[in-house]
Design a protein around this ligand. Structure first.
Ligand code: FAD
Ligand code: NAD
Length: 472
């Protein structure tokens, strides 16, 4: 970067939030630079999050299916062996292909990529400690966007070494299958990673503080069903249980737990302990103190509706600020923030951001769940349709789960959609669209869905919301 030149926009962080904003800025004709310290673009999501975890989820599922679910399909296989190193290599290949793809898109859209760690010098100047050559440069911006993301929240008393005591970053890179694994936290990371290692042969116990798995956003009926199915696959759960302490000094890791409300302690022994109790915004070393920016009690940068901090030309999006820590949420904000900068208006519908858990079966939802609506005293109708009554799911011998639709009792407007079942993550897109357009359950029910597809279960759940399903 040349010190003299002032950019229209300087972005700190090249994760999903930062890189998408950089491309959009380039496309909008802004002079833009993006600073990333990791040595690769794509942030948590591409390097150690969404992408590598989905590679392992996909391939561990295939392995598990070949072991346990082929005979009844008329397929006889011989010796099935796991080659973990090759499975990891396949994951790395997907990751590097995608991160290099972003570098290409940067070039194509005239984004300057600065490899280094950025820190505020003043309100318009960012000092960059360069990765290559070890020198420092400064870059000035009319606008500055903070997109520095998040990091795993550590568990007090358990030092992360990413080998025995791991976060998701260690969990996507283990070199052998642990005999026993304890997972602290039954949220999305806990359950996805527990799925991978349990399928590959580990004995996994998940300890969760709340009374349900999946976090509070997951509908209670879906969470119950998910737990039942994951238990059937071999996972063990300890709900309403808190981890009191951990000890990784000896061989393996000992974790002491007790009932959330207090009670008798119990010690869980394992070879590896995954800490998956949430993520926290990351602003270390960013020099916020040099410009007087503060974070809230959870470490989030405080912003207004246009993503402005209290210094109006400095904005923040993605995991480092409010809202669900999801890649597609960050991506929506990236487009909106560039529109705010270039046009003065932008829009994200936070009521229609889908959540997906990529276990098998998948879990996906959008909008509000039953417990939230009950708490808010909203009157609603529920329509549910099981995949066991769907012709395609039956043909595929993959019938576990259901679609549950919730609509306003008075207006029939859809308020929430909750799916557990094969391909739920793809199917939820229809639900998001329905919510965006303010559809009623009858609107969906009167829309033709191809036969035989899993999406017919979606249509039938809609029918059941205001009337009756045909096939159940
Ligand atoms: P990040 O992706 O964290 O990017 C921030 C970047 O900023 C990082 O690369 C960091 O190196 C860089 N940075 C930080 N400080 C500086 C600095 N001072 N100077 C220069 N660079 C800096 N979400 C989904 O939607 N779907 C999924 O399937 C999914 N799976 C996940 C699986 C795992 C295991 C994890 C951990 C997360 C997953 N997520 C998923 C969440 C998703 O990864 C995040 O929501 C997303 O990455 C947020 O993007 P971001 O750009 O805000 O932050
Ligand atoms: P999370 O907040 O989803 O779940 C953490 C869980 O740990 C909660 O259920 C919480 O009750 C529990 N917990 C906290 N402290 C505990 C304790 N001491 N003992 C027992 N349980 C405890 O966080 P996560 O699973 O770590 O994921 C972090 C973020 O990454 C989330 O925002 C998630 O959305 C995102 N992510 C998304 C995906 C996806 O979209 N498929 C995948 C992975 C991660």
């Amino acid at each position: 970067a040349s010190e003299a030149e002032e950019k229209d926009l300087v972005i700190i962080g090249g994760g999903v939030a930062g890189y998408v904003a950089a491309i959009k800025a380039g496309q909008s004709g802004l002079k833009v630079a993006c600073i990333e310290k990791r040595g690769a673009l794509g942030g948590t999501c591409l390097n150690v999050g969404c992408i590598p975890s989905k590679s392992l989820l996909n391939n561990s599922h295939l392995y598990h299916q070949i072991l346990h679910d082929t005979k009844n399909r008329g397929i006889e296989v011989g010796d099935v062996k796991l080659n973990l190193a090759a499975m990891m290599k396949a994951k790395d290949t997907s990751v590097s292909g995608l991160t290099k793809g972003i570098e290409f898109l940067f070039k194509k859209n005239n984004v300057e990529y600065i490899k280094g760690t950025g820190a505020f010098k003043d309100e318009h100047t960012v000092a960059v400690n360069l990765i290559e050559g070890g020198g420092e440069t400064t870059v000035r911006g009319k606008n500055i966007l903070i997109a520095t993301g998040s990091e795993a929240t550590p568990f007090p008393g358990l030092t992360i070494d990413e080998k025995k005591v791991i976060t998701s970053t260690g969990a996507i890179a283990l070199q052998e299958v642990p005999k026993k694994m304890t997972v602290i936290g039954g949220g999305i990371i806990g359950l996805e990673m527990a799925s991978v290692w349990s399928r590959l042969g580990s004995e996994v116990t998940v300890v969760e503080y709340l009374g349900q798995i999946g976090g509070p956003g997951m509908d209670k009926d879906v969470a119950k069903q998910a737990q039942k199915l994951l238990q059937k696959q071999g996972m063990k759960f300890k709900l309403n249980t808190k981890v009191v302490s951990g000890d990784a000094d000896g061989e393996g890791v000992k974790v002491t737990v007790e009932a959330a409300k207090g009670g008798k302690e119990e010690t869980l022994d394992a070879d590896v302990c995954l800490v998956a109790i949430g993520r926290r915004p990351y602003t270390n070393g960013l020099g916020l103190e040099n410009i007087g920016l503060e974070v809230d009690e959870r470490g989030r940068l405080i912003i207004d509706q246009e993503y402005r901090t209290k210094i109006p030309h400095i904005r923040a999006i993605g995991d480092v600020t409010f809202g669900p820590m999801l890649a597609h949420k960050a991506e929506e904000e990236s487009v909106a923030v560039i529109e705010y900068i270039t046009k003065g208006y932008g829009h994200v519908n936070y009521g229609a951001i889908p959540s997906v858990m990529y276990t098998h079966p998948e879990v996906a939802w959008v909008g509000q769940n039953e417990q939230e609506l009950t708490a808010a005293n909203v009157k609603y109708n529920v329509g549910q349709f099981p995949f066991s009554a769907n012709s395609r799911a039956k043909t595929n011998l993959d019938t576990e789960g259901f679609v549950k639709m919730i609509s306003d009792a008075e207006t029939d407007r859809i308020l929430g959609i909750h799916i557990i079942g094969p391909n739920a993550g793809e199917m939820i897109a229809e639900g998001v669209l329905a919510l965006e357009y303010g559809a009623s359950s009858e609107d969906v029910a009167r829309t033709s869905h191809a036969h035989p597809t899993l999406s017919e279960a979606f249509k039938e759940a809609a029918m059941a919301t205001y009337d009756k399903a045909v096939h159940y």
